[in-house]
Write a protein of this length. Sequence first.
Length: 346
Amino acid sequence: MTKAVSSVLTLLLSAALFACGPGALVPGGTEPPQARGSAVDIGSGQLELGFRLASLRGQNLVSVELDKRHQRAEAMLAVERARRYARAAEAAAGGARAHFLRLDLELAFASRSLRRVGEGGAFAEALATAGTTTLEIESEIVGKTARLAAYKATIVVSLVDEAAILYEGAVEGPFDPEDYRAAYGSLREAENIHEGLATVLEENTNDEARAADILLAAIFGAMPSADPPIRLLPADEVAADAYMLGVLLADKHGAMTPPSGSLAPPHLYIALLLEEVLGSFESGETGVADVLLEKVRASLCCPATSAGDALETELALLSNAIRSGAADSDVETLVERSSELAEDSA
């Protein structure tokens, strides 16, 4: 299956997943921001705390999903990971001691409930309460900053970046299911928070919002559930999509973009992202294809070499072809040429 075709399928797959409600465990997790803000409004300690708390909620989602499949041992590991994240969050917080004590008790109760047959409801309820407590901690420590779009978008970017790093660790070498599930949990909570950043109307009419949705869907194609798929996608595809999502959210919401933790330098993502451009164009998302291509040109292109100059010229031709509604085959040819030039200019 080509990526051009699979991008449509992953969008449908992820839409079905999101319909199940990734944020249903913690109702307040998808609240929209109250103001835009910018990266300068976010302190490093605030970001560290919010990221750790969000990672914790992601692992709770993983553990509930695994418990529903009667994979109790795996669910227990996810709860224990959430408890480690809670300790890291408390170290970053420097306060809210009473809240963190309650959070620890809730996670411990969830762990005990998981060990008892027939207490699945109590287990999920304890994790839901734990999730609500994380939002209370965030509100107390981060304060008004937690309600800024820039802050929420930065947490999304951080979670997706972490998911890409963990996924790379999981699939490079002997497969590590625990790193995979940790990555999947971060991705689930990233989508949960991302839901609050755009209205339904914006998601349907704004090309940048649609582009972000498609990139998230593509990453979910690599991590569709808590259990790994039969075919594991290359880690560099996930890293490329995570990078571009960060660029989009920085431009649209003022998010801070963390440095990529991937071993691959970002300019090697050009060919991979051009496949996303082609997939979007062939599926009728012309505006999305245009947005993605222009972000590639602005953020990754082009080295001041003869190969870099040739690549910039070819990308300009590709941009014109997309905007003029050229035939799919013509756009595909330009993508192939641009990808070859991107490899030569690396």
